[in-house]
Design a protein. Structure first.
Length: 182
């Protein structure tokens, strides 16, 4: 049976996407400078950030919280946070941002990149759903901590120690439930 993930953790997943995008956006100039210092093209620092680190974040967070809608929204938030961090580094006063400044500062590839991150995250969710599923345990067959309540020798959860009603302890394993993955 797949490991169950608490459905109330979606804000943490979206915050992880956003935080990672902001951090990578802030680190992008450093990556470009480091690439230039070691004798390679500065564009390779941006390439590593956009084509390596951002997809890795999409995979990691989508695996940790496998829901399709969070993978798509997270990809948008991650890209928007990266763009916003880059804009704040280029000009820290948002009141002075003009349309030409925005057009010059936001590379078109970043606008499209979110789609790639969403697709990578969606693929990860599809694969991870074999091992991890966002759902609450059935309270009739599982303890509050998620431990299965079948074949116990006494009415006490061996994982968290909760004293159980003897009627909740069942002898057969839980049936495999089919749950929507969205």
């Amino acid at each position: 049976m797949p490991r169950l993930i608490d459905p109330d953790r979606w804000p943490l997943a979206l915050a992880a996407y956003t935080f990672a995008g902001a951090i990578l956006g802030a680190l992008l100039p450093t990556l470009q400078t480091t690439a230039a210092r070691i004798g390679i093209r500065p564009g390779l620092g941006a390439f590593a950030c956009i084509n390596l680190f951002m997809p890795l974040v999409a995979v990691a967070v989508a695996f940790a919280y496998p829901r399709f809608w969070t993978a798509w929204l997270g990809a948008i938030l991650m890209t928007a946070a990266l763009i916003l961090a880059r804009l704040c580094i280029a000009n820290p006063n948002p009141l002075t941002w003009t349309l030409p400044f925005l057009a010059k500062s936001i590379h078109p590839i970043l606008v499209i990149a979110w789609l790639g991150y969403a697709i990578v995250g969606t693929g990860t969710v599809a694969v991870a759903s074999n091992w991890r599923r966002v759902d609450r345990p059935d309270p009739a067959r599982y303890c509050e901590c998620g431990y299965p309540l079948y074949a116990l020798t006494r009415p006490r959860c061996p994982e968290c120690g909760t004293i159980l009603d003897a009627r909740r302890v069942v002898q057969s394993p839980p049936p495999d439930r089919t749950i929507s993955k969205s």
